[in-house]
Ligand binder design. Structure first.
Ligand SMILES: *Cc1c(COP(=O)(O)O)cnc(C)c1O
Length: 403
């Protein structure tokens, strides 16, 4: 089958991407979209008939497949069925949605919460609902794509500050007209680097310059803080973030996104954000699974402790072998490779030794900073991690990344 159109810019872009993918496949250097056949307790997966150690999971606390969470999802299907009657505003709101939002609000020590069908949609809709023409959004350079897209979609003036650089943030804030509405936005834990935003300083600057603060906790819920409540708990700060955003697809083994905050704000979003008004409600099973997962986190605090220990073993082991793990302090552990090709080769070497990791290359990260992005979870045993480190050392030597 051919397209209706002749050779134009769109066609050239489509062809260029297809050729890049095809070239990588032919060189056995393509690792994306691999179908996982089986997930064995979170730490191991079966891929293309081979059982592999899993080091690319966002299920940081190992909650995927947890019996209590699975049971809650099944019961919700039996009670409500597999879908909803449509959007939340009309017939789509179920009691399980309200329960979930109350659970999130309590977990995040906020007055109220609202959920959406994905984290991506949450960032798009929340930023573009709150901000508009004439306003200013000020975003960390390494923020997640969904934040960037939300900022662009809002039509507000879009300014970016150097990654986690508070002097640069202050400079940006000074450049904004004092009476313009402004929103400062950052990831809590950066999704490609694993480092943590300097929240105390960001809060100080937001107060000084009268700016709203939104933090994306996709990789910090269940990861940061003594009881896994996230970045405010990590820094011992109580309720300093105006818009506490997170996803239900990482530590929380479901799908969806949320914002927690003041009642007035949440009520506004419920009546003004387009992803809430014009897109179907979360399916009951996913809402129930998410609701139960927040409770499991509080009931099983050993998981957070375990994640912390595993993270330390992993980062220490890699560093002492000579790998550059950049500035990570969390379960997201970049292993810097340099060129895209080296990252692909490192991935292939690990896969051949049954360790499942994935490369992140440009344009997701700057050219020359291609890396493996490995993750550890509470589901790993310390011996598993030692073995994974051994494999990475062998692989790193094989491709000349370490000596
Ligand atoms: C994964 C992620 C999202 C998107 O969440 P989904 O629920 O997968 O759509 C948003 N922000 C950050 C920082 C993320 O890592």
């Amino acid at each position: 089958m051919d397209f209706n159109t002749a050779d134009d810019n769109v066609m050239r872009r489509i062809r260029a991407m297809n050729q890049r993918v095809q070239g990588l496949k032919e060189a056995d250097l393509y690792f994306y979209n691999l179908p996982v056949q089986e997930i064995k307790g979170g730490a191991r997966v079966v891929v293309q008939g081979r059982e592999m150690g899993m080091y690319a999971s966002y299920s940081y606390l190992g909650l995927l497949g947890h019996p209590r969470i699975n049971r809650a999802a099944k019961e919700a299907i039996d009670r409500f069925g597999s879908g909803t009657h449509g959007v939340r505003t009309l017939a789509g709101t179920l009691t399980i949605h309200q329960e979930l939002e109350e659970t999130i609000a309590a977990f995040k020590h906020a007055e109220a919460a609202i959920t959406f069908s994905s984290g991506y949609a949450t960032n798009l809709t929340v930023i573009s609902t709150l901000m508009g023409r004439g306003d200013y959004v000020i975003s960390d350079k390494l923020n997640h794509a969904s934040i960037v897209d939300g900022c662009l979609m809002s039509g507000a003036e879009f300014r970016r500050f150097r990654h986690n650089d508070m002097e640069d943030l202050e400079r940006r804030l000074q450049q904004v007209p004092p009476d313009a509405a402004k929103l400062v936005i950052a990831d809590a834990v950066f999704s490609m680097d694993g480092d943590i935003i300097d929240l105390p300083r960001v809060v100080e600057l937001c107060r000084k310059y009268n700016a709203w603060l939104m933090i994306d906790e996709a990789h910090s819920v269940g990861v940061l803080g003594e009881t896994g409540r996230g970045i405010e708990e990590h820094f011992g700060m109580e309720d300093v973030i105006d818009i506490k955003m997170g996803t239900l697809s990482k530590t929380i083994p479901s799908v969806g996104g949320y914002v927690a905050g003041r009642k007035e704000l949440i009520n506004y979003l419920r009546h003004a954000s387009r992803a809430y008004i014009f897109s179907a409600a979360l399916p009951p099973a996913q809402a129930a699974a998410a609701n139960e997962a927040f409770k499991v986190i509080l009931d099983e605090p050993w998981r957070i402790q375990r994640l912390r220990e595993n993270t330390e073993i992993f980062i220490k082991g890699l560093k002492s072998a000579g790998f550059d793990t950049m500035l990570t302090q969390t379960a997201i552990v970049p292993i810097l490779c340099g060129s895209d090709e080296r990252a692909f080769m490192m991935t292939r070497a690990c896969h051949h030794r049954d360790i499942f990791v994935l490369p992140v290359v440009s344009p997701a990260v700057p050219e020359g900073l291609a890396r493996l992005r490995a993750t550890v979870t509470a589901a790993h045993e310390p011996e598993d991690i030692e073995h994974a480190i051994e494999v990475m050392i062998e692989s790193g030597r094989e491709i000349g990344l370490i000596s």
